[in-house]
Design a protein around this ligand. Structure first.
Ligand code: SF4
Length: 267
């Protein structure tokens, strides 16, 4: 268990599932589509998929709280990819932090689109459990408006929390420079949208190039994850099938990781 197609992580861990759309970036939510597929095969997944398939904010625990203990080698774990930790109830937040704290050999990556929910949980639960030092907390943004809303709130959390920003799906030009000089963000990930052909929205080559240059100028690692299904180029829109998300920008791959997230043997 725990294998992932999210290529900046070596494992994925989903102790809780369920969410609700809250952003333009949610319009083609991968997790929702995945859960719907599973719900249609309910003999395999059962009640869990049925409970979350409506994607109305209901959460369901998967029984995998202890899964990271089974990975003997250190892993970079993308946690909670099929929910939003900003929706968590106190017990779920406690259990999430407890497992991460008790697996100090792994690095955990967390993302939210609900920065205020995370802010509230982070502080209201701090007398019961501290946020683990081996967890990186990030926000997902898809345009400049979301960057301005979400990043300042993320940065109010204590510095010992490593912060990162995922610009995916990138739906517009995004200027992160207010938070890159000096660098308050430790890592930037960027990617285009994966979605059915009739609904996918394009990522523009110049947006990616500009964001890469912003990060390079600030010395912040930049990870270009994927073009997604539709790329806007100077020659027009290019549709890419699922297996051709070649993540190169002008023939170069940008798969930079912060040193603190590198596993043994990674350059
Ligand atoms: S926050 Fe994430 S998991 Fe939740 S609906 Fe939006 S894209 Fe899907």
């Amino acid at each position: 268990m725990g294998k992932t197609k999210i290529d900046y992580a070596t494992k994925v861990w989903n102790p809780v599932e369920g969410c609700a759309p809250c952003s333009p970036g949610c319009d083609n939510c991968w997790a929702r589509r995945q859960n719907y597929t599973w719900a249609c095969r309910r003999d395999k997944i059962g009640d869990l998929a049925r409970r979350v398939k409506d994607w109305d904010g209901s959460l369901a625990e998967t029984g995998r709280w202890n899964e990271p203990f089974s990975w003997k080698r250190p892993q970079r774990v993308f946690a909670c990819s099929r929910t939003d930790i900003g929706l968590f109830y106190p017990d779920a937040w406690f259990n999430l932090c407890l497992t991460m704290r008790n697996c100090p050999n792994h690095r955990f990556l967390l993302l939210t689109k609900r920065q205020y929910g995370v802010y509230h949980l982070y502080h209201s639960m701090s007398n019961q459990i501290a946020f683990p030092a081996n967890a990186w907390l990030g926000v997902t943004v898809c345009n400049q408006e979301e960057a301005a809303q979400k990043i300042p709130s993320l940065l109010t959390l204590p510095n010992k929390t490593q912060h990162w920003v995922s610009v995916e799906p990138m739906l517009d030009y995004v200027d992160l420079s207010p938070w890159l000089h000096p660098a308050k963000i430790g890592w930037v990930v960027c990617g285009g949208e994966s979605a059915p052909r009739d609904r996918v929205r394009p990522i523009h080559v110049e947006w990616v190039h500009d964001l890469m240059e912003q990060c390079q100028a600030a010395g912040v690692p930049f990870y270009f994850k994927q073009w997604g299904n539709l790329t806007h180029t100077s020659g027009g829109d290019v549709y890419l099938a699922k297996n051709h998300f070649i993540p190169t920008l002008f023939s170069k791959e940008y798969r930079e990781l912060p040193d603190a997230l590198k596993l043994e043997g990674e350059a």
